[in-house]
Ligand binder design. Structure first.
Ligand SMILES: Cc1ncc(COP(=O)(O)O)c(C=O)c1O
Length: 393
């Protein structure tokens, strides 16, 4: 009999009743160190007092009015995002997937309105992840996500990650945009080198193509800058955001330059819930923390320490781990053992990590993870690795 919850996930046998900072607690009181943060979502950890205050205060006043009316919390969050990024304008969604939908629509509408309606193709990359909607799976293109769901949304081309020759060889006549994650998340924590991001920006400029960055996973302070592309010193035309921006409350956004957004006039897009008062009240509280340069320099310092300690862990367990990759608190342990076994052994050691493609275990902790918690994380990951070594000895 089919379970009452549609079984599209292989869920771990864990169930948490409470969260406190970087800790998740089961009903029996067992405490797990959360290095997954709900897949890079709980940017400030669980039950952060500022977020709880923002949410509860707003909950006592007004939850939802729809976008037919002014929403001051939405206006404030848009102003904050515009102040701190390349963007001139913001549309709020409820998820990364919805941000992908709008990013694709915006790019196509841009060229349509410029009198080039045939410029519709989106060039994307193998190993990427942009969500599970029809546009999201067509953009990512992998068989795992698309098989059985055809006919797929047309107009996407996929290049191998890092295949510069294929990029240079593209005929850009009908290309609306290049869509890429500056750091692939689901694909196995693969950062795009700064040089490549710079090269992509130039390629787009030279060929009249928009650059869409998917910063759903790598944005909102995760790499130690507010957005990952800042490391390369470039800016996109359109950017997808979600996950960390709501700190655990469902919220996403599409940020764009005035020019790139020029086709999106009244009536061209909408969302009943997107940018509702509750989500945006929390989003403002998240932004006030994460956009603070002092907060970000703390992320860099602690993430550097964590990485160093992870290198030591890898050296101490060469049969289990192969190396560390990633940026800031978006780290990946490339495994020699099965990554899913490492994650499971972590559950026994009461530490939460998340598997990714390419046999990688993702480490995406709350951005305010402390030095003591880093030491605890290394200890628990070490216990997990030792248990796996003993099991295979
Ligand atoms: C890079 C990236 N884009 C888009 C998405 C889709 O976001 P959501 O699951 O919020 O729809 C994800 C989710 O993991 C992601 O990592």
């Amino acid at each position: 009999m089919i379970p009452s919850v549609l079984p599209t996930y292989n869920r771990a046998p864990l169930s948490f009743v409470k969260g406190e900072g970087a800790w998740l607690i089961e009903a029996d009181g067992r405490r797990f160190l959360d290095l997954g943060a709900g897949i890079a979502v709980n940017a400030l950890g669980h039950a952060h007092p500022a977020l709880v205050a923002a949410l509860t205060e707003q909950a006592g006043n007004l939850w939802h009015v729809s976008n037919l009316y002014q929403i001051p919390q939405q206006q404030k969050l848009a102003d904050l995002l515009v102040e701190h990024t390349f963007a001139d304008t913001v549309f709020f969604t409820n998820s990364g997937t919805e941000s992908c939908e709008l990013a694709v629509k915006m790019a196509r509408k841009y060229w349509y309105d410029k009198g080039q309606p045939d410029k519709t193709r989106i060039v994307a990359f193998e190993g990427s992840f942009h969500g599970r909607s029809s546009a999201g799976i067509a953009a990512a293109g992998s068989e795992k996500m698309t098989k059985g769901f055809g006919p797929l949304l047309p107009g996407f081309t996929h290049l191998r990650w890092g295949d510069h020759d294929a990029l240079q060889a593209i005929d850009f006549t009908d290309v609306a945009a290049i869509l890429i994650e500056p750091v692939q998340g689901e694909g196995g924590i693969r950062p795009l080198p700064d040089q490549c991001l710079k090269g992509l920006r130039k390629l787009c400029d030279d060929n009249d193509v928009l650059l869409i960055l998917d910063e759903v996973q790598c944005g909102m302070g995760r790499t130690g800058r507010l957005f990952a592309h800042e490391w390369a010193g470039i800016t996109p035309d359109i950017m997808m955001v979600a996950k960390g921006i709501g700190g655990g409350f469902p919220l996403g956004a599409v940020l764009a330059t005035e020019d790139a957004a020029s086709g999106m006039t009244a009536g061209t897009h909408g969302s009943t819930y997107g940018g509702n008062p509750l989500a945006c009240a929390v989003g403002c509280a998240v932004m006030e923390h994460v956009a603070d340069p002092e907060f970000l320099s703390g992320v860099n310092a602690r993430a550097g320490l964590f990485r160093q300690r992870l290198e030591g862990l890898v050296a101490a367990h060469p049969d289990i781990f192969e190396g560390v990759r990633g940026m800031g608190f978006m780290l990946g342990l490339k495994c020699r053992a099965m990554n899913t076994d490492v994650v499971k052994a972590g559950y026994d050691a009461q530490v939460i990590t998340v598997p990714a493609a390419d046999n990688v275990v993702r480490i995406l902790p709350p951005l305010n993870l402390t030095e003591d918690e880093i030491a605890e994380a290394i200890d628990r990951l070490g216990k997990a690795a030792t248990a796996l070594e003993q099991a295979t000895a």
